[in-house]
Design a protein. Structure first.
Length: 381
């Protein structure tokens, strides 16, 4: 009979949900002016920094327009100076009665009119200079360029529906995943105590892609599914995560210190509830009822029934009864019973060979099961 020891160790509690990767920032870069593309200063897939020049559009028509508007401004400024000088002359003649008040008022209105014309000319110059600035398209943030949609020599318009390129920020990057509404109070409580860690795993749930931090919980619950969205942020320095990628997300809720754990395979269920077979010194077995607190992966945390140091049967329990004599053998016990003290569920490191083996997928339970949740099934049910 395969047996394993009852151990006392720290048990990490994970909440798992399905999620997708979302770019931290995405920009569909379009032209804000009409003109010909003179130069494309990037390569497809290139990493660019904020403010870096990406595309140059022919700015010569706008430069000519600026010169024309400046000439118009110079003419209108000259007319305004002349109108002001005449107003001063007319005003000085009022005390002698040599000029009518109506003529003075008319001259004041002319001065104000020409002043408005000068201001309008200056605004048109500023607008033309702004168009020159729009001819130089720069990166709004640091990110990675996708496939470009236009080449040098093409004519672009401000009304074009398709962007010239799409810029995506990949470092950092976000993952949005869902969890049941029942666990949100626990998550919110742990967030107030400190930052929570989140691990992202591949679609097949075998390979760990990255580790990040929980950023926030959405402000509403989806009534159709009874779940809420959570957002985690990852540095993504090794570019393992890509926008719209499907991932399995594991949120480390807490670590239960000095918990008594038994292999999940050792647990049976009977009319009186869950129980295990423990091995006595004379190699006979005894059934003991237990109280389950949590099932995490291939280990189960119990609060009553067994003590550290005892030995439980992990295989072939359906053939046993109280007082049966067995010949214990040590393997293969639950993998988690050999996990380090820092955590009962031993997670493969990023890129490790262990993470790519099929059997590593069985090391992780997708969601911890509380008593009565139906997640503590064991052989012999």
């Amino acid at each position: 009979m395969a047996v394993a020891p009852v151990q006392k160790q720290d048990v990490p509690v994970y909440l798992s949900g399905l999620g997708s990767v979302t770019a931290f920032n995405t920009a569909n870069i379009k032209s804000r002016v009409d003109g010909q593309i003179m130069k494309v200063n990037f390569r497809e897939g290139q990493e660019v920094r904020q403010g870096e020049l990406l595309i140059e559009i022919d700015a010569r028509p706008f430069e000519v327009q600026v010169e024309q508007l400046q000439a118009q401004l110079f003419r209108d400024q000259a007319q305004l100076r002349d109108a002001r000088l005449n107003l001063e002359r007319y005003t000085s003649l009022i005390p002698s009665g040599s000029i009518a008040q109506q003529q003075v008022d008319t001259q004041k209105a002319l001065v104000d009119q020409l002043d408005g014309t000068v201001r309008n000319d200056q605004a048109q110059i500023d607008s033309a200079k702004l168009n020159i600035t729009y001819c130089h398209l720069t990166a709004p943030f640091t990110g990675r360029i996708g496939l470009r949609q236009v080449d040098s020599g093409n004519i672009v318009h401000a009304s074009d529906a398709n962007p010239m390129l799409i810029l995506t920020q990949l470092q950092p990057i976000a993952v949005i995943f869902t969890l049941p509404e029942d666990v949100l109070p626990k998550v919110a409580q742990q967030m107030r105590r400190g930052t929570l860690e989140v691990d992202a795993f591949s679609r097949d749930d075998k390979t760990k892609l990255a580790s990040g931090k929980l950023l926030t919980i959405d402000n509403q619950i989806d009534p159709s599914t009874g779940t809420a969205k959570l957002k985690a942020v990852f540095d993504n320095k090794d570019s393992q995560l890509w926008p719209n990628q499907f991932v399995n997300s594991d949120l480390l809720l807490e670590t239960r210190k000095n918990s008594i754990v038994v292999p999940t395979a050792a647990i049976l269920r009977g009319p009186q509830g869950p129980f295990v077979y423990t091995v006595n010194p004379d190699k006979t077995v005894q059934d003991k009822p237990i109280t389950i607190a949590l099932t995490q992966g291939d280990i189960t945390v119990v609060t009553d029934g067994v003590s550290p140091g005892e030995t439980v049967v992990t295989d072939g329990q359906d053939k046993l009864q109280r007082g049966s004599h067995i010949e214990p053998r040590g393997g293969p016990p639950s993998r988690s019973t050999t996990a380090p003290v820092t955590g009962a569920v031993q997670r493969p490191a990023v890129g490790s060979e262990e993470s790519s083996t099929p059997e590593s997928a069985g090391r992780r339970s997708r969601r911890p099961s509380e008593p009565g949740a139906g997640g503590n099934s064991a052989p012999g049910d």
